[in-house]
Design a protein around this ligand. Sequence first.
Ligand code: TXA
Ligand code: MG
Length: 318
Amino acid sequence: MKNIYLNIYKPNSINLKKAKQNIENNNVIGIPTETVYGLAGNAYSYQAIKKIYVLKKRPKKNPLIIHYDNIKKLKKDAFINPGFLKLYKKFCPGPLTFILKKRKDSKICSLANGNLNTLAVRFPSHSTTKKILKKLNFPLAMPSANKSSALSPISALDVIDEFGKSINFIIDGGKSKIGLESTVINLVENIKITRPGAISKKELVKVLGKKISTVKKINKIYSPGMLKKHYSPGIPVTLNCKTASNKDAFIVFGKKYKKGKNIFNLSYKGDLKEAAKNLYKTMRKIKNLNFKKIKVVKIPNRNIGIAINDRLLKASNK
Ligand code: TXA
Ligand code: MG
């Protein structure tokens, strides 16, 4: 019998070396991060970046996040500023992406940042990702390892669920701890949050000591990647429901809901962090169980609940 898991590798030293070789040969591979799994390629290589866009069927105007393991490497590609340093000290490595001004002499392939004069950069905290980055003398462009507009993967098996055999090397680093993509903060000119995540606006304001606005509407200039429909399980999703028929998958939150074959509780104990971790996993499960519709209860809009609601809203867009 054919082993469908042949392309999943444990993060031991031999396999991390293979990961490095794959990346140096311009292959793109699946690797874990604390937020979601990423599709990693050499950010300086046109060939690797092109592969990422083709595999994901991603619109060319939607730029990628560039991942680093230290500031020294970042300084070759982007200009840092005092706000960046404050946030970096407090939250990095971790689930925070910064939009900074790109250096003209940066070697980042311009396809990776959609030909913009800005760069999205992140320092992931997952130990496996850090080890891989440390071995390389270039940064990694790494979008979430899913097809454009589909659900993000939070495990190595999810990457296979998205790409099948077309990704032939995936490092299994366990389930992503956070389960939702990083918060994106734009530090060029007016400070803005363009994607909510585990690190909340409140925490960012506290550290920056400045007001921050949140970009709700799709805005060409600030975040070309804020596609209206995103994070989609491929079936209709309806929000703020109180009930659902037995035929529909019903995503609930908290202990007041009964158990049932069609009922999927994001967190029985009403913990928003747990709910965030379970969101994509639950939607992927529902999709694979062939439900035709998803109904979701109202999720509290505080802390990481804001990021959960952002993803649910985009999943519900037609
Ligand atoms: O948690 C994460 O950030 C994951 C893991 C793998 O690191 N990555 C991720 O990448 O979510 P992706 O490609 O799925 O999302 C990148 C987001 C998009 O919304 C994109 O538009 C935005 O970052 N972005 C990238 N470069 C940008 C730029 N120069 N200006 C504004 N937004 C940018
Ligand atoms: Mg994504």
